[in-house]
Design a protein around this ligand. Structure first.
Ligand SMILES: [Fe+2]
Length: 453
């Protein structure tokens, strides 16, 4: 007999999280509609938390799920598209699989052990945040440790990778920036000292680190993304600081130990991307951001940056709720544009340019760091309860006064990272990339099917 839980307000997207995603081997994809353009070649990689439960215990936050990567290989027209889906087989993943229970702490949970056993236990590297496709390997990125390398075709895990210069457990964050003209790859990671240490890396197109620098931060902030704007690298440090005591003593996890301190304002750090030296530092009004759109330098020498802004860190609680399959509170995130004088680190103007909830701003990779007039965004479908739904539409924002255009809306549930109609970044086997101008819908949880149109 079926019973109905009238209290449940779970939406369709929650189905995608209800059970751990299952790996599948290389599989021919069935085209449900449309056809694959003949000149589309290469592989689309997506990473995200695929397992949020083990042995009947749920993880503490969406960020804690084990990373699982989908690769969609676009082959010749005769061969069509194939896909493979694999977890990143980190040491922690293998240990927990063998034990059939969660063993480690993570961003949003302490280790499920007596407190005295937590003190020296490292976090599990979840390898779940994004990917970087290099010519000879795929990196699964996570912002509190080294990346993991995987085979580009089979997604077999090869092990942790130091890119030639990373110290053990030094982070290599999840949003590296590739300069489209030189192929240089810029990234950062925050390591632990008396304060947080911002380590900035410059790699050649193979990923090998050629140059690095370190900069001591004020306390332990959370920095998830940064900006490449022509000759500059720009960091906006939101007024969020880790209270390290509960984390160090094992009484609390990172996700519960950040404190919002708006009185600190947002710190602005501008670096020269050739020398990696600090150009200027400044301060502006408080906000929190996960992601930036693009950055460029305008004719007057000002850096122009697009950023999805939040009023505070409530987004953290919302993302924790996502892992439960049920969200209860809205979070407002809108697109803003900042004009910054790099010589003195002073923000000259801030303007909200899209007042609809949005996230994941994406620009054509060949225009990164330079002026572009198009930014693609994940947005809510029109008319939905934004406290209950996650992003279900894709929009493109172009130069004013062109209105925002919704490009595609999913008829069924969408989950960012597992299942979303997003203008994808297509990475070719030689490491170059292009934006595909189609909407691609990939369902991972319920089989393997693909719609192109
Ligand atoms: Fe991100």
């Amino acid at each position: 007999m079926h019973t109905i839980d009238k209290k449940s307000t779970k939406k369709a997207w929650a189905q995608a999280l209800a059970q751990p995603a299952k790996e599948f081997p290389l599989t021919q994809l069935q085209i449900l509609a449309g056809k694959i353009p003949e000149d589309l070649r290469g592989t689309l990689y997506r990473n995200g938390p695929g397992r949020l439960e083990r042995g009947g215990m749920s993880v503490g936050h969406w960020f804690d799920g084990d990373g699982a990567i989908l690769a969609v290989h676009f082959n010749s027209p005769e061969e069509g598209a194939t896909a493979v889906y694999r977890y990143v087989h980190t040491d922690g993943y293998e240990e927990e699989t063998a034990a059939d229970k969660l063993l480690y702490g993570n961003y949003g949970m302490t280790a499920p052990e007596p407190i005295w056993n937590r003190w020296l236990k490292p976090l599990k590297n979840s390898a779940n945040t994004s990917v970087l496709a290099l010519p000879d390997k795929l990196l699964a990125l996570w912002e509190a440790d080294n990346p993991h390398a995987l085979d580009l075709q089979t997604l077999n895990t090869l092990g942790k990778d130091d890119l030639g210069a990373l110290k053990n457990r030094w982070p290599y964050s999840a949003h590296p920036k590739i300069d489209p003209k030189t192929g240089y790859i810029f990234n950062f990671g925050i390591s632990i000292g008396l304060n947080g240490i911002l380590n900035i890396y410059k790699s050649d197109s193979t990923g090998k680190i050629q140059q690095k620098t370190s900069f001591e931060l004020d306390g332990f902030p959370l920095i998830h993304d940064f900006v490449l704007a022509r000759q500059y690298l720009v960091f906006f440090v939101s007024p969020l600081r880790l209270n390290a005591l509960p984390v160090l003593t094992g009484f609390g996890c990172y996700g519960d130990s950040f404190e919002w301190k708006p009185q600190l304002g947002t710190q602005v750090l501008v670096f020269n991307r050739e020398t990696l030296s600090l150009v200027s530092r400044g301060e502006t009004e408080p906000w929190f951001q996960w992601h930036f759109g693009n950055g460029y330098v305008d004719d007057s020498g000002l850096i122009v940056v697009d950023v999805v802004r939040y009023e505070d860190f409530q987004t953290n609680e919302y993302l924790r709720q996502v892992a439960t399959g049920e969200t209860h509170n809205s979070v407002v995130s809108t697109l803003w544009q900042i004009h910054l004088d790099p010589s003195i680190g002073k923000v000259k103007a801030i303007e909200e340019i899209i007042d609809h909830n949005c996230e994941f701003p994406v620009v054509p990779p060949q225009e990164r760091g330079q002026y572009t007039n198009q930014t693609y965004l994940s947005m809510h479908r029109q008319g939905v309860d934004t406290s209950k739904e996650i992003f279900g539409a894709i929009a493109v924002s172009t130069t004013k006064p062109t209105p925002l255009q919704l490009l595609t809306v999913a008829k069924i549930a969408i989950l960012v990272n597992l299942f979303m109609p997003k203008i994808p970044k297509i990475l070719s086997k030689d490491g170059s990339s292009q934006l595909c101008t189609m909407a691609i819908l990939i369902v991972v949880k319920f089989g393997y099917m693909m719609r192109i149109g």
